[in-house]
Design a protein. Structure first.
Length: 255
């Protein structure tokens, strides 16, 4: 996790060094920024991993400029995953066209991530898989090319590694929220109910998490060193004691 966190921060560093940021890189070259439009317009897709993302804005949460939506397409999904049974009227992508929405990343106007969140199915029109399946898919998310920006793609891929436990928790919360809504509103198709949009929201700070990880690992290293020192002292004392016994037991040779 710490390696991933340091990579995220390093991507911010190299961009900010020349006055750039993650959001600006995704919007670069596309003119005016319009709500609901995808940036880049054709999305970002890695054919080797079947990972996909785009950036847009449409809600106006306090402090949010916009957010990333991330996906894994059918070609990259692990064996054994299957969408939930569904009898609603709205068709879902299926077969080779199936895609799973993984997680969303909320960004501020300075190009820094401020939150992670999960959504209901209608928000992105994806295929709905149980949280446990999506958690397996998230481990395969990686954008390993330079379009639209090498630092941005490295940044997003590393963010998935850094916040994997948090993302998995949001997915579990997503399924609980959807099930609770289904029970409260049995007359509606929960996956298409516009009243349920965001199922869970988690504020984040990469700097805070990285500092905490360094603190924990630093304490662990200190404990190892301390234990190593204590072990060394005990070993030295044992050897010294054996030497002393040997001296007492050694016969005196005549001169």
């Amino acid at each position: 996790m710490l390696d991933a966190g340091e990579e995220v921060l390093d991507c911010h560093r190299v961009l900010e060094k020349v006055g750039l940021n993650v959001v600006g890189e995704v919007l670069r070259g596309h003119g005016a920024f319009y709500e609901h439009e995808h940036y880049p317009p054709e999305d970002v897709f890695d054919a080797e991993t079947a990972s996909q993302y785009y950036y847009h804005a449409h809600r106006g949460y306090p402090g949010e400029h916009g957010h990333f939506h991330t996906f894994l397409r059918a070609a990259g999904m692990p064996a054994g995953v299957a969408p939930v049974a569904h009898r609603g009227e709205e068709p879902w992508p299926s077969g080779d066209e199936a895609l799973a929405h993984l997680i969303s990343v909320s960004m501020d106007a300075y190009g820094r991530p401020i939150a992670l969140f999960a959504t209901n199915r209608w928000v992105t029109g994806d295929t709905w898989y149980p949280a446990a399946n999506v958690a397996r898919m998230m481990r395969r998310f990686e954008i390993d090319h330079a379009y639209p920006s090498w630092p941005v793609n490295r940044w997003l891929s590393a963010l998935f590694r850094l916040y994997r436990p948090h993302m998995e928790a949001l997915l579990l919360q997503r399924d609980r929220a959807v099930e609770a809504w289904r029970r409260a509103h049995p007359e509606t198709d929960v996956f298409e109910d516009r009243r349920l949009e965001v199922t869970g929201w988690l504020p984040i700070s990469v700097e805070t998490l990285v500092a905490a990880l360094k603190g924990v690992l630093g304490r662990g290293e200190s404990a190892v060193r301390a234990q190593g020192g204590a072990d060394g002292a005990r070993k030295y004392a044992a050897v010294r004691a054996r030497n002393q016994r040997g001296k007492r037991q050694r016969p005196v040779r005549p001169r």
